[in-house]
Design a protein. Structure first.
Length: 259
């Protein structure tokens, strides 16, 4: 009887210990499930934010391209349309057409064709898929120099061939925006673009020694585009910084880690 009683007590004690262990494991599982739920919610929130940010940047890009088309191509085509109407009216009245006027319109059409090609290339630079980022930046800065007459220089160091397509596009867009802003607002005749790459990160900087005084504002305000550049950098996991003391130029720096 004593042995049976002890066996029963041991069994009851074992059951109690098992219940304690099960209760603790159940609590741990609930806590783990709650952590996983919060992490899942956070991941979904981040994905929603990234999706919204991509849409925002795409809308900003569409608006910028629409302005470029309206300000350059649209106005040029309107001027040529008026000139052709004048030429047609003169022909109807028996006035000989002037070769100089026609040659001028042909030259203007060539310029419009170049502007359209540039807009198409910068809308989604297909050459980035088969071209290194340093070659793309050289092309961009060379085009800006040709169009503006400013000295837009490029300095490349390190091997940047391993950068992903998203990073290449982000750096290209940021450089495009920064150089365009410098041309419009800096009041300087020289702009330096530098790209350096190592095993850990790629670092892009755009420097001018113009009037400075740039400030970050909501996207699209004041034409600065600094917020857009920051968002592009953060979208690919990079850091964005700028300094722009009044009268001392502007320095824009982007650093993107290798993934």
């Amino acid at each position: 009887m004593v042995r049976k009683r002890k066996t029963r007590q041991d069994l009851e004690q074992y059951c109690e210990q098992l219940e304690v262990v099960l209760a603790e494991r159940t609590r741990q599982l609930r806590e783990t499930g709650e952590v996983l739920r919060r992490e899942t919610d956070e991941r979904l929130r981040i994905q929603d934010n990234l999706r919204s940010l991509r849409e925002k940047l795409e809308n900003e890009e569409r608006a910028r391209i629409a302005r470029d088309i309206h300000d350059s191509v649209g106005q040029s085509l309107q001027a040529m349309k008026l000139n052709l109407k004048m030429q047609r009216e003169q022909c109807r009245q028996g006035v000989p057409c002037k070769c100089e006027a026609l040659n001028g319109m042909i030259d203007e059409l060539s310029l419009v064709s170049d502007e359209l090609r540039d807009i198409v290339l910068t809308l989604r630079p297909a050459f980035l898929c088969s071209t290194s980022i340093d070659e793309a930046l050289r092309w961009l800065c060379n085009r800006m120099s040709q169009r503006t007459g400013l000295d837009v220089r490029v300095s490349i160091s390190g091997d940047c061939s391993q950068l992903g397509e998203d990073v290449k596009l982000a750096l290209f867009r940021i450089c495009q925006e920064a150089v365009t802003n410098a041309v419009k607002y800096a009041g300087d005749d020289a702009i330096l673009v530098s790209l350096s790459c190592n095993a850990e990160a790629a670092r892009l900087s755009i420097v001018d020694h113009g009037r400075g005084g740039a400030c970050e504002a909501p996207s699209g305000n004041n034409g600065s585009g600094l917020t857009i550049m920051r968002e592009r950098a953060e979208l690919v996991g990079g850091n964005f910084a700028f300094t722009s003391p009044l009268g001392a130029g502007t320095i824009i720096t982007v650093e993107v880690p290798h993934t």
